[in-house]
Design a binder for this molecule. Sequence first.
Ligand SMILES: [Zn+2]
Length: 247
Amino acid sequence: MATATFRFYAGLNDFLPRNRRQQDFEAAFAADASVKHMVEALGVPHTEVALVLVGGQPVGFSRRLQDGQRVAVYPHFMAFGLESLPRLGEAPPLPLRFIADSHLGGLARLLRMAGFDTLYRNDYADREVVELAARDGRVVLTRDRDLLKRGAVHHGCYLRATIPAAQLHEVVARYRLAGQFRPFSLCTVCNLPLRPVAREAVLERLPASVKIKPLHFTTCDACGRIYWEGSHWRRMRALLDAAETGG
Ligand SMILES: [Zn+2]
């Protein structure tokens, strides 16, 4: 059987067993195995790979491997000097839109709060996530690497963190979202635009402590929720500001 020497760089090592991290290793492959097939067989979802060099030259995912070749695999955060090489795959369409898998409700809520269109339901089947992502050109957000290995997933992001605020930092860094936040422009429950509303129009639906304050109000026409700049708003605003500025 043919073998090639592989080396994965930076964060891609997280997907490898310990004895293969941060070092060259040999792996056997069947005749005609493509770069994409081997990278995923070794544990790394294709969505996390930005560049593959075979024998020092950039190649596409469909390139067939040959016996004795050396394969270097790089993530989206590049080592200095590699930034100018062509990236694998297409960039997701703009404006960026997301779909969070059924375990990422907290992250979905934060992304909506920051103004990014993010589909989410806690009962999504994997198949639905893949189909909705393909339909709208959405980026799949997940901690399930097998979901990202599906061929129909073109844009995806594996999240390492388990805490929603830290996951938001990861998404901001990966997609360079700093400067694009539109805080409190979407309903965090419905993922639909909020519109300004006069206080008088919603007065009877406000808690007594809020009624007396000269605040700015918005509402969601789908669910009727009212949003205002209270203490919760300020806490969340601080969290969003920290994520946007990398603080
Ligand atoms: Zn709503």
